[in-house]
Structures are given as structure tokens and as C-alpha cells.
Design a protein around this ligand. Structure first.
Ligand code: CU
Length: 490
């Protein structure tokens, strides 16, 4: 298996730093035929607030009949009746108000994956709010702090609820950013598990062994459809913001020979500089912002595929490649091309002097009595875990060792981190991450700086079966001891 990191064709760092900043591109114009994306474009949430800096939307979680392929319908769990739910599009600094009503048969919440918002808005029952009972409501209300592509999903029975269809994209735009490409798409990758009768499969199939692997759905979906189509002008660049919303599945995107993904952003907005990748690997929960230029004969077609990515035992054997998007080239002369835009973002690595070192081992255990498996962090599942304690504005270096036979995309709520290399230096280009793959039997180091938002913030594997099987813990972020002493004086 070719790993993505080996396939990276990095720009020489010094050359990039020495070069003059690229000229600001002129206001971009569409290069695509009319309705090129009609078969794939996601519906957006309706903003009912006239204030240009407030986006106020109504979200109802409910069971609804959706069509995932011609003639294939299922009663899925949805936000506002669709899979994915409505795309939220806001500007950085906007206030978002979401009036959430739960009309599902089970309690639910909404977690805003990757957003650095107050703990009360984080959507985790038991840590930040009470679960919203069937028929109940909750108002999420926060200021959106960072540009980038994020997503949302429930944090109650999350493997089941995400697997049944509850997720959506959350795009935070920066009005000052100008990448110079008008044709953009949000691509939400997921899957859903259906029985032969076309109903939602049980989220418990395979019992403890199913949990150990991390159950994948048997229908791969792109924006809620099986292999939707796009009508592209050959050679014309497009900007894709890709979200992996699958409950377990990894994707390894491939556009075929001669194509690259110019990655300009990741989990938390633009990266330090753009970098070309032959393949694009996204673990569950990860995102990427990429520029692509599909090429081919006018009238012909190509396909965006997912290759087999080795996320551990059983993940590549007897598997097929997945066709994700069918791209038909319009009968137009190919676009002349030219260089793809380069992007740059001024980013400072964290100063790591005096950082607190934390060792985390991702472990698995089998109960000698009933033979069931559970995952753990440092050998304890979340129901026995003590949180990591951190002070406000502390910097931590986490050394995360995966001692299991499956990879774990580790997600930290509420904070960005940067990944460190084996020597402890930040990996370039710098990228703000909230979810990072910890490959099976490998160690990954990362640096995180906490800020002034106290609370108990969970971190967990985003293979959601693994999280529910024990691979979850928390950081308890609290006032420094001195502050407590001051409080006691009053
Ligand atoms: Cu995992």
C-alpha cells in the first residue's frame, strides 16, 4: 500500500519562503458550464435573520424518507429531511443561532466538529449539556471564530445516529481570502448500512468484534447519493472542500494518472502553504480544502475513486475500490489551464519550551469472562477514565502510541493542535488540526495550546464504534490553582 505521506510532492520549503508573495488573483469567474454541479450541490440552511452578521436557522432532527440512488429509498435519520443535513454557510465572526428540535425517537444533541466555541455549545451530553429528549428543543448560539470547513453531527449514540444519516457540512468563509477559483463544491463523504429489505441495518451487527473493527456502511455516499455526477469543463480548476463524515470508513481519493490534489487547507482553515498530493487520505472526521483540475476528452468521462487504505486488519482484504463521483466532460474546448494558484498563510508554530508532556497509549483489552472487547486510553475505557488536567493557556505535547491493530483518527474537541515530527518539530506546512490519524502500531506526537475556555473537553477516536467501545477520554481545563486561592479569600 502506497502511503499518502510517501506520495507527497512537497514544495521546497526554502524556495517557497524566498519567493515573493503571489499577486492577488483577479476576481474569479466561473469556467464551468451552466448547472455543472446540479447533480451534487448540497442545499443550504435558510437564514431567517435579516442582520448580515447573524445567521439564524431552524434544525429539526427527524426520520424522513430519502433517496440515495435511483429507486433506492430508506427511512433515514435526518436534519430537516435530507442526508446530509443543510449546509451551514457563515462568515468568520458571524453569530450563529440554531433552533434545534429533536423529533427523533431517541435523545440527541448537535456537536460542532472543529469549532473553538464555549463548552456549553459543544453538544456532548454529560460534559457540556443535557441530552435533548424526543420532542425537546435546545438553542445553540455562538460566534464562529475561525474560517475553514467544519461539520456537525450528534454526540448521543453517535455511531448509530451518524450512521443513520445525521451530519452536515459547516463552511466558514473569510471575506478577505481570495484563492481565485469561482467554481467550488462541498463534498461530504459518508456511508450507510442497509439491510436487503432496504431498511437501516442494526448498529450492533457483529457484536463486540464489529465494534473492534469499526462498522462501515455498505453504501458509500457522496453528498447523500451513490456516485453522483458532475459535468465539468476539461482542464478547468475546481475547489473542493471535502468532509469525511463516515462513522468508520477512511477515504483515499484518487483522480487518476496525471492528476494531483493541490491541498490548500485542512481541518482548521488554510495551511501554511499549498502542497500537491497524488492521493488524499481522510480518516473519519478529517477535512481537506483542495484544488483539482480534471482533464479528459470533451464528451468523455472520468471518475473520482477511493482506493483501499490500510486502516488495519480486515480493511483491505476482499475489498473493491469505490467510485465516488462520475465526472462527464462537457462538449466545450478544454480550458487552457496555466498554473494552479498557490496559497500562503502566515502561521506561527507554538513555542514548546516548558510544555507539559503527556503520554497516551491507545489500547484494547478482552474481558476474560465474556470475551468481549473494549478499547481504552492507557488501558482504561472512558467509563473508568480520569481526565487529563490542564491549566488555562497551557501548552501540551501529547505522545500518542497506538498499540492496537486498527488505526484511530483521534479528535480533540474545542481546540486546534499541530502535528510534530519524530524530532519534535512541527510538520510543515503547518496545519491546524482537530482530528489526526494515529496509524495502527505507530506513534504520533502533537502540540496543543489550551486557551481561556474552561470545561471538560472530550477527545476520542472518530471511528465512532471505537469511541463507544471505550476509546474516549477528556481534558479538564480549569482555573490555575492561584485563582482558586484568590476566590477563597473573598
Ligand atoms: Cu479508533
Amino acid at each position: 500500500m502506497t502511503s499518502a505521506s510517501r506520495a507527497v510532492r512537497a514544495l521546497p520549503l526554502l524556495a517557497v519562503l524566498a519567493a515573493a508573495p503571489p499577486p492577488a488573483p483577479a476576481a474569479a469567474q466561473s469556467l464551468q458550464p451552466a448547472d455543472w454541479d446540479a447533480g451534487i450541490r448540497l442545499a443550504e440552511a435558510v437564514d431567517r435573520n435579516p442582520d448580515p452578521d447573524i445567521v439564524e436557522v431552524d434544525f429539526e432532527a427527524r426520520v424522513a424518507r430519502v433517496e440515495i440512488a435511483p429507486g433506492v429509498e430508506v427511512d433515514a435519520w435526518t436534519y430537516n429531511g435530507s442526508i446530509p443535513g443543510p449546509t451551514i454557510r457563515v462568515k468568520v465572526g458571524d453569530r450563529l443561532i440554531v433552533h434545534f428540535t429533536n423529533n427523533l425517537p431517541r435523545p440527541s444533541t448537535i456537536h460542532w466538529h472543529g469549532l473553538r466555541i464555549p463548552i456549553e455549545m459543544d453538544g456532548v451530553p454529560g460534559y457540556s449539556q443535557e441530552p435533548v429528549e424526543p420532542g425537546g428543543t435546545f438553542t445553540y448560539d455562538f460566534v464562529v471564530p475561525d474560517a475553514g470547513i467544519y461539520w456537525y453531527h450528534p454526540h448521543v449514540m453517535s455511531a448509530a445516529q451518524v450512521g443513520f444519516g445525521l451530519y452536515g457540512a459547516f463552511l466558514v468563509e473569510d471575506p478577505d481570502e481570495n484563492v481565485g477559483i469561482a467554481d467550488d463544491l462541498i463534498i461530504v463523504l459518508s456511508d450507510i448500512d442497509l439491510t436487503e429489505e432496504g431498511t437501516l441495518a442494526s448498529p450492533d451487527t457483529g457484536g463486540s468484534v464489529g465494534m473492534l473493527f469499526g462498522r462501515e456502511g455498505n453504501h458509500v455516499l457522496v453528498n447523500g447519493r451513490r456516485t453522483p455526477g458532475l459535468i465539468a469543463r476539461a482542464g478547468a480548476p475546481q475547489r473542493w472542500r471535502v468532509v469525511n463524515a463516515a462513522k468508520s470508513r477512511y477515504f483515499m481519493l484518487d483522480l487518476g494518472e496525471g492528476h494531483v490534489f493541490r491541498k490548500i487547507g485542512g481541518d482548521g482553515g488554510l495551511t501554511e502553504y499549498s502542497e500537491d498530493h497524488e492521493f488524499l487520505v481522510l480518516g473519519a472526521g478529517e477535512r481537506a480544502d483542495v484544488i483539482v483540475r480534471p482533464t479528459g476528452e470533451p464528451g468523455g468521462n472520468t471518475v473520482l475513486r477511493s482506493l483501499l487504505h490500510d486502516r488495519g486488519y480486515g480493511s483491505t482484504e476482499f475489498r473493491d475500490l469505490e467510485d465516488l463521483i462520475s465526472i462527464t466532460f462537457a462538449d466545450l474546448p478544454p480550458h487552457a489551464g496555466g498554473a494552479l494558484p498557490e496559497t500562503r498563510r502566515a502561521m506561527e508554530p507554538y513555542a514548546l519550551d516548558g510544555a507539559t508532556e503527556i503520554e497516551l497509549e491507545l489500547t484494547v483489552a478482552q474481558d476474560p469472562a465474556d470475551k468481549s472487547f473494549s478499547y481504552g486510553i492507557n488501558h482504561v475505557p472512558f467509563w473508568q477514565a480520569q481526565p487529563v488536567v490542564a491549566g488555562l493557556a497551557d501548552t501540551h505535547i501529547w505522545t500518542v502510541t497506538n498499540s492496537t491493530d486498527w488505526s484511530h483518527p483521534l479528535h480533540l474537541h474545542g481546540f486546534f493542535f499541530m502535528v510534530l515530527d519524530d524530532a519534535g518539530a512541527p510538520v510543515r506546512p503547518l496545519e491546524w488540526k482537530d482530528t489526526v490519524d494515529i496509524p495502527h502500531r505507530k506513534t504520533v506526537r502533537l502540540a496543543v495550546r489550551f486557551d481561556e475556555r474552561p470545561g471538560t473537553w472530550i477527545f476520542h477516536c472518530h471511528v465512532l464504534d471505537h469511541a463507544e467501545g471505550g476509546l474516549l477520554s477528556a481534558v479538564h481545563l480549569e482555573l490555575p490553582l492561584a485563582d482558586f486561592r484568590n476566590l477563597l479569600k473573598h
